[in-house]
Design a binder for this molecule. Structure first.
Ligand SMILES: NCc1[nH]cc(CCC(=O)O)c1CC(=O)O
Length: 310
């Protein structure tokens, strides 16, 4: 094994490259030889449309998944949040990196910016979840579509296309934009989307057991994995990808898993939250129960309305 070079596939955005290099360093520090192969995906190319309108669940993942199938790369590194809840046949997620802080932040060049300080602020975000949560918790805020990689968004912010951006802390931190954080948003309001803050390793299920176990041993953080498997089970039961305004955060406290989950209507008017706590080995079961409760509490109607619009 030691002699073969492990080919790491990634998107070519700076955040994706940072994440791929993080995985590369972990593998190389264990004596493995690696090579990074970076590509531009549909989600990076089409910037004038919201992700939810490009129409495909795997806009950031499809091209990399083709390369996994054909063996052009051995593994792909993704933001766990970008992964659809159901993967294409023949592919699987085999490891999750230790999670960064999972919360959302407000980034602005105006250090006086506060979400609830005044009205008329224009906040850039294209996430359906963040738009709906802003409408719910800060109804005076106006939002504008803001796609593109982090550097593009920061440039648009600098040009004055909006007053602030709503982003995942993890990406802001990794890209070194922490100085521009003006607010850290509370997890009990701006509960993140499944997987936020963790990276995951996707492989073809045809890779050898030896390679699979080697990658898992080096990359996988077991505590994060418990949380992410539960969060992804929740997302799957709602039948959603990263473009539906659902949210879920699992936290491990000793052997117990605390799960806070929900769904918000696009208008922000209706927000449904369900929580529970269970032994970590039963996390996925509880996540599915919470998803069922959310659907029964009106989540089914919220999802039906969203699907009829797309
Ligand atoms: N939707 C794009 C995306 N996918 C992962 C991250 C941030 C890194 C992470 O959550 O691990 C981001 C940017 C953002 O939401 O601000």
């Amino acid at each position: 094994m030691a002699k073969t070079t492990i080919k790491i596939g990634t998107r070519n955005s700076q955040l994706a490259m940072w994440q791929a290099k993080h995985v590369q360093h972990l593998l190389e520090s264990h004596g493995l030889a690696t090579e990074i192969i970076a590509i531009e995906t549909k989600g990076d190319k089409i910037l004038h449309k919201a992700i939810s309108k490009i129409g495909s669940k795997g806009v950031f993942t499809e091209e990399l998944e083709d390369m996994l199938h054909t063996g052009k790369v051995d593994l792909a590194v993704h933001s766990a949040k970008d992964m659809a809840s159901t993967l294409p046949n023949g592919l699987e997620l085999i490891a999750y990196t230790q999670r960064e802080k999972p919360h959302d932040v407000v980034v602005s060049y105006n250090s006086d910016f506060k979400l609830d300080a005044a009205d008329k602020w224009l906040v850039g975000t294209s996430s359906t979840r963040r738009i709906a949560m802003l409408k719910h918790y800060h109804p005076n805020i106006r939002t504008t579509n803001m796609r593109g990689n982090l550097q593009t968004r920061m440039r648009k912010l600098e040009e004055g296309q909006c007053d602030a951006l709503l982003l995942a802390y993890a990406g802001v931190h990794r890209m070194g934009f922490e100085d521009y954080i003006v607010e850290h948003l509370p997890l009990n309001e701006f509960t993140p989307q499944a997987g936020q803050g963790s990276m995951t390793i996707e492989v073809s299920n045809k890779i050898s057991n030896e390679l699979r176990e080697t990658i898992r041993k080096i990359i996988n953080d077991e505590q994060t994995e418990y949380c992410l498997l539960a969060e992804r089970a929740y997302l799957k039961h709602l039948d959603g990808g990263c473009s539906i305004p659902s949210f879920v955060l699992a936290k491990l406290e000793g052997d117990m898993l605390q799960i806070d989950a929900g769904l918000i209507s696009l208008s922000g008017k209706k927000i449904i939250r369900k929580s529970g706590k269970i032994h970590k080995d039963e996390g996925q079961k509880l996540a599915i129960e919470l998803a069922q409760k959310v659907l029964e509490a009106g989540g089914d109607k919220i999802l039906a309305r969203i699907k009829s619009k797309n």
